[in-house]
Structures are given as structure tokens and as C-alpha cells.
Design a protein around this ligand. Structure first.
Ligand code: ADP
Ligand code: ADP
Length: 226
């Protein structure tokens, strides 16, 4: 079953004659549990596509359908709830809050939602990501790879169905990148999550089930990785 679908998605910035067609008719379908890498040169539309899928930005035209719900039919409040419950975001710069310790960073989004985190599930993700000994530390005292593990744990805390990752290994060396990607892959299998990840790194893209290449706001290639 497809969990994430776009239909003829368009996003234009500016006006003629200087209009930028960041997305120019993107139709794709992603199956539940799939791990997809999105590749393409800088400016090709990758972040715009990911932002539309996560309901962070509104398309000029076309549809985004997540678990049979069309995002354009939602108001701001519904979109906020959708993002908190369904989507886990992971960014290149980790986006951790420096004043909060590791544990506080991990549980912050769920506590904002007024929910009591599921303690046994939390324990499991903390242990899978190897963070048990780091919970009281402050993010800036950790290495990049460790900070990204914390960001992944935070993304997983609300048990989202979908993980959207924008260059999650962009600031990591190649060994740490492989480790972090292995962890995302392992947790997504464990919790039956769908992952869509932007990457510039060919070796990292190769670790996904499928690679979609976009150029000039259009899909140029979609192939299964061996
Ligand atoms: P990528 O993630 O592949 O580097 P982006 O999706 O960030 O590409 O950008 C696609 C195109 O849209 C680029 O030409 C970029 O300059 C333009 N763009 C992105 N966001 C905006 C914006 N908020 N305003 C104007 N142009 C934008
Ligand atoms: P990426 O690393 O994904 O390519 P960018 O540095 O291109 O990111 O863009 C970072 C942010 O700036 C994005 O939120 C994007 O929407 C916005 N942006 C990109 N290009 C432009 C632009 N030409 N004008 C205004 N905002 C832009």
C-alpha cells in the first residue's frame, strides 16, 4: 500500500519573467516501509519536495497524499497535528536545543504535544541508538555523530509512520555517515517506518531501497538499488 503520494506537484517561486519552477510536475508513490533516497544537484528541488511531503510548505499546484489524506485539505492546526503525530524530521544540522540535555531534547516534541511518552518504547530507542550513557550530557559536548543519534531518537519519540531526513549525514565523516545511516535503517525496519532521505552522497544513497533523482524540479530517474 502506498503511504506517501504526490500528484503533479508544482512549487513556483516568484513571478514571470523571473519565476523559479522549484518543482515542476512531480508524481511519485512511496510504499509503506520503503526507504527512499532523493538525489540531485544543488537547487534541483529536493528540499522543496521534502518540505511539501512534510506539510512544512504549501504547493502551488498538485497534491500530496499521506496515508490517504490530502494535505491541501488541512488547515494550519490540522497540519501541525499531522506533523507531530505522523512525521519525524531529521536535519543536517541536528537542530538540537543547546540548553537542554540529551534526554530533554529527545522527549521535548512529545511533551509539547501534552503526551506522556511511552517509557518502554523510549528506553528501547535510546538503547538501540546507544545513548543510555549520554542522557544527562549537553548536546554541544557530543560529537556530530552522537548529536545526530540524539536527533534521530527525538524524531522517533512520537512513533511517526514516516521519517523525512534532509541530508542527515551531510556534516558527518564517511565512517560515521555509514553508522548513522545503518541506525536509521535498523530503527525504520524495527518500527515499520517509511523513510525519505535527501542525500548528495552516492554511497549513502546506495544503502536505500530505491533512488529517485530529480533535476530542474522533475523526476529524471527512479531505480531500485541492488
Ligand atoms: P535543493 O534542495 O535540491 O538544493 P531546493 O528545493 O532548496 O533545492 O531549491 C530549488 C530551487 O528553488 C532553487 O532554485 C532555489 O533557489 C529555489 N528556492 C527554494 N526555496 C525558495 C524560496 N523560499 N524562495 C525563492 N526561491 C526558492
Ligand atoms: P539546501 O541545503 O537544502 O539546498 P538551501 O541552502 O538551498 O538548502 O536553502 C535553505 C533555505 O532557504 C530553504 O528553506 C529554502 O526554502 C530557502 N531558499 C533557498 N533558495 C532561496 C531563494 N532563492 N530565495 C529565498 N529562499 C531560498
Amino acid at each position: 500500500m502506498s503511504i506517501l503520494k504526490t500528484e503533479n506537484l508544482r512549487k513556483y517561486y516568484g513571478k514571470e519573467p523571473n519565476i523559479v519552477r522549484a518543482l515542476d510536475g512531480v508524481s511519485l508513490e512511496i510504499e509503506e516501509g520503503e526507504f527512499v533516497a532523493i538525489v540531485g544537484t544543488s537547487g534541483s528541488g529536493k528540499s522543496t519536495l521534502l518540505n511539501m511531503m512534510g506539510g512544512l510548505d504549501v504547493p502551488t499546484d498538485g497534491k500530496v497524499i499521506v496515508a490517504d489524506k490530502e494535505l491541501s485539505g488541512m488547515d494550519d492546526e490540522q497540519l501541525t497535528i499531522f506533523r507531530r503525530r505522523r512525521i519525524g524530521f531529521v536535519f543536517q544540522n541536528y537542530n538540537l536545543i543547546p540548553m537542554l540535555n540529551v534526554y530533554e531534547n529527545i522527549v521535548l516534541p512529545t511533551s509539547l504535544d501534552g503526551e506522556i511518552p511511552d517509557q518502554s518504547y523510549l528506553k528501547k530507542i535510546i538503547s538501540l541508538l546507544g545513548l543510555e550513557e549520554r542522557l544527562k550530557e549537553m548536546p554541544l559536548n557530543l560529537s556530530g555523530g552522537q548529536q545526530q543519534r540524539v536527533a534521530i531518537a527525538r524524531a522517533l519519540a512520537a512513533k511517526p509512520a514516516i521519517i523525512l531526513a534532509d541530508e542527515p549525514t551531510g556534516n558527518l565523516d564517511s565512517r560515521t555517515s555509514q553508522d548513522v545511516l545503518g541506525l536509521i535503517k535498523m530503527t525504520s525496519r524495527q518500527f515499520h517506518q517509511t523513510v525519505v532521505m535527501i542525500t548528495h552522497n552516492v554511497e549513502i544513497a546506495q544503502l536505500a531501497d530505491r533512488t529517485i533523482r530529480i533535476e530542474d524540479g522533475k523526476i529524471r530517474e527512479s531505480r531500485w538499488n541492488s
